[in-house]
Design a protein around this ligand. Structure first.
Ligand code: TYM
Length: 337
């Protein structure tokens, strides 16, 4: 008997606000690029997610376009992958509403991202921030995704997507959705802040020194790495020696992820050396990868018509792909016959 393997459908998104940083690149975007040759890919700018927190309407459209330019500069090819923004594909908001009947308050209440973002003021947050993972579920389930490339911080959201799909199948009709798997890189799944090895590198960190942005100059990158928080000890020669040294571990992890090697190999090369020699080597490596991407990003940003045309075309392909699943969901819920 011949075995047929289901073709991979890969879906992932990034919020357009705040620009792309090294954590996004290592944790997710590099994977987007590799996966383009392994299946049908849908990559989108999560502009509908961006409105769940305070934002500047006059800037959102330009930020969405810029994030599209950033993804293309990193190697996302709009001829291979379907690249679009959520707002141009109403099926995302529609399916989100349909799934709101299945998602449970208790599940959403347990989301660590909700707890982190809401802090002590959950009463003052938008309802959208609370139901954010339901929209994320719609994003993925609409396209029958088999795989979702993300950084470690999104793992819990992908588990929730699986729970929602399974409950929907149990309550209404089987096999409406594909239950997806997360794809999380072995190295670099959680890049930490350059100022605090216990906090994630994030666009919402008020200190720009905490992250390396795609828009940073070569000098900015060198200076941020030079000033990155470390400890006075030299680098150890093996992994055990990184225990309790979160900042050192983070820099070694970044080096390993970008050099395509393991942390153990990095320590074999740099063990015994101080940060005075390791940091310039790391800065050179980051610059060697980011500088060409940044140059391409700037060129692309200048051509707004071309970027808009790519997003319009991507949205039309996405609408077509999303249609059948949306229709089956309406039917399964008894809303249409
Ligand atoms: P966002 O915009 O915060 O981040 C985009 C991607 O970058 C990864 N990432 C990191 N990886 C490693 N280290 C870090 N410090 C780091 N910071 C961010 C994230 O894990 C993510 O993969 N909710 C999502 C966007 C989204 C989505 C989706 C993702 C909306 N719908 C459907 C997948 C599928 C978010 O805010 O990612």
């Amino acid at each position: 008997m011949t075995q047929t393997t289901k073709p991979k459908i890969i879906v992932s998104g990034i919020q357009p606000t705040g620009g792309l940083h090294l954590g996004n690149y290592i944790g997710a975007i590099r994977n987007y690029v590799t996966l383009q040759d392994e299946g049908r890919c849908f990559y989108f700018l999560a502009d509908l997610h961006a409105i769940t927190q305070p934002h500047v309407p006059a800037e959102l459209h330009a930020q969405t376009r810029e994030m599209a330019a950033a993804l293309i500069a990193c190697g996302v090819d709009p001829d291979k992958a379907v690249l679009f923004n959520q707002a141009r594909v109403p099926a995302h908001a529609e399916l989100c509403w349909l799934l709101n009947g299945t998602a449970r308050m208790g599940w959403l209440n347990r989301m660590t991202q909700w707890k982190d973002k809401a802090g002590k003021n959950s009463e003052g947050q938008s309802v959208g921030l609370f139901t954010y993972p339901v929209l994320q579920s719609a994003d993925v389930l609409l396209y029958q995704a088999t795989h979702v490339p993300v950084g470690e911080d999104q793992k819990q959201h992908i588990e929730l997507i699986r729970d929602i799909a399974n409950k929907f199948h149990h309550d209404f009709a089987p096999d409406v959705f594909t239950v997806p798997e997360p794809l999380i890189p072995a190295i670099g799944a959680r890049i930490m802040s350059l100022r605090d090895g216990k906090a994630k590198m994030s666009k919402s960190d008020p200190s720009d020194m905490s992250r390396i942005n795609l828009s940073d100059s070569v000098d900015d990158i060198a200076s941020k790495i030079k000033k990155a928080k470390t400890d006075p000890e030299p680098l150890p020669s093996d992994l055990a020696g990184l225990e309790g040294r979160a900042e050192a571990r983070n820099l070694v992890g970044i080096y390993a992820a970008l050099a395509g090697t393991s942390e153990a190999d990095v320590l074999r090369d740099f063990g015994g050396q101080g940060f005075g020699s390791f940091k310039p080597a790391l800065a050179d490596l980051v610059v060697s990868i980011f500088a060409p991407i940044t140059a391409r990003f700037k060129e692309l940003c200048a051509d707004t018509d071309m970027l808009d045309a790519i997003l319009v075309r991507g949205a039309s392909r996405a609408r077509e792909a999303a249609g059948p699943t949306l229709a089956r969901t309406y039917e399964a819920l008894g809303l249409v016959k």
